[in-house]
Design a binder for this molecule. Structure first.
Ligand SMILES: [Zn+2]
Length: 332
């Protein structure tokens, strides 16, 4: 075994992660190592402009790295794909994508077949192959960002359900008639266990008690409307009690949802990523406690591990590249 870089073009693939705010892409080798990357802001929500941007970043990577025109190309897209991975049926954060034939449009632009999957699925795949889920054939990956992204690996395969839109756990209802959600439903998990929920809790805490919320208000420059998730993380890391309490609340809901998922799926591991997980144990501690408290049959069954993701924000394109390299469509 050697860690020397592979010969030019050998075993390399290009992955592209298309999110609501940015398009990130990279050249990835068969060990999941990133040899080069490129980024652009997502250019509005017009599908043709998004396609232009995808073609641009792939062109840039092809030119800068000896990947060759034959290198497989995988795309992780922030949308709900049909079972063949051909059409984006719906994308809560990319309003232009409604029944959009993304795969064939990009394939025609690049002159090669491309593999498309949901971005949370490509992240789950990356963590399974190269990250915190290595060697664990039954895992659930939960990305706690603004909302919740999630992916399921069972028997070493990404699972999509019958119609392609399975494993959207962020839209599992945890509070009947609860907060409205972008998916059209109410009380979804992502309304309670996400960055959005964290910031909402922090704003409520700070406006309810200016004394207790002094540090949070200070980080927001005195205007709570501009408070961000990373601000709350900063305050919590400093030990600010109001911010720590916000993480306890979001962690509680995270653990509550994971316990429900354990009842349905019985995975060996939950891998938790996304920006909110940068807070580490401030989030995972309360999540583990509530997971244990809410797990059906607790004390009489093995408990899944709840661990932090290892690959960071590049996991989306690393997994997309690897799925494409393996020629794994994963879809019927
Ligand atoms: Zn929802």
């Amino acid at each position: 075994m050697t860690d020397a870089p592979p010969a030019a073009g050998h075993g390399l693939a290009i992955g592209v992660d298309v999110g609501g705010t940015k398009v990130a892409a990279g050249v990835v080798d068969r060990h999941g190592r990133i040899l080069g990357s490129a980024r652009r802001p997502t250019p509005g929500h017009e599908p043709a402009l998004v396609a232009d941007t995808i073609a641009e970043v792939v062109g840039e990577l092809r030119a800068a790295h000896a990947v060759g025109l034959e290198a497989p190309i995988g795309i992780g897209a922030a949308g709900w794909l049909d079972r063949r991975g051909a059409r984006v049926m719906f994308a809560p954060n990319l309003a232009g994508w409604r029944d959009e034939p993304l795969r064939d449009i990009i394939s025609a632009r690049l002159g090669r077949p491309v593999v498309v999957d949901n971005d949370a699925n490509t992240m789950a795949w990356a963590e399974y192959r190269f990250g915190a889920g290595r060697g664990c054939a039954e895992l659930v990956c939960v990305t706690v960002g603004t909302g919740i992204g999630s992916g399921l690996v069972l028997d070493g395969k990404v699972r999509h359900g019958a119609f392609g839109v399975g494993a959207e756990y962020g839209h599992m209802q945890v509070v009947p008639a609860g907060l409205p959600c972008g998916c059209g439903s109410q009380g979804c998990w992502e309304q309670y266990a996400s960055g959005r929920a964290l910031v909402r809790a922090a704003r409520e805490a700070a406006s309810g008690s200016p004394q207790a919320g002094r540090r949070l208000a200070g980080l927001a420059g005195g205007d709570l409307a501009t408070l961000t998730g990373p601000d709350v993380t900063t305050a919590a890391r400093e030990g600010d009690p109001a911010a720590v309490k916000c993480f306890e609340e979001v962690g509680y809901w995270l653990g509550q949802g994971l316990a429900s998922l354990a009842a349905v799926l019985d995975p060996a591991k939950f891998v938790i990523g996304g920006g909110v997980s940068d807070a580490g144990e401030l989030l995972l501690g309360p999540a583990r406690a509530q997971f244990h408290a809410a797990l059906p049959g607790r004390g009489h069954r093995p408990e899944a591990e709840i661990v932090l993701a290892e690959l960071g924000p590049d996991a989306g394109f690393v997994g997309a590249a690897d799925l494409a390299r393996a020629g794994i469509l994963g879809r019927a």
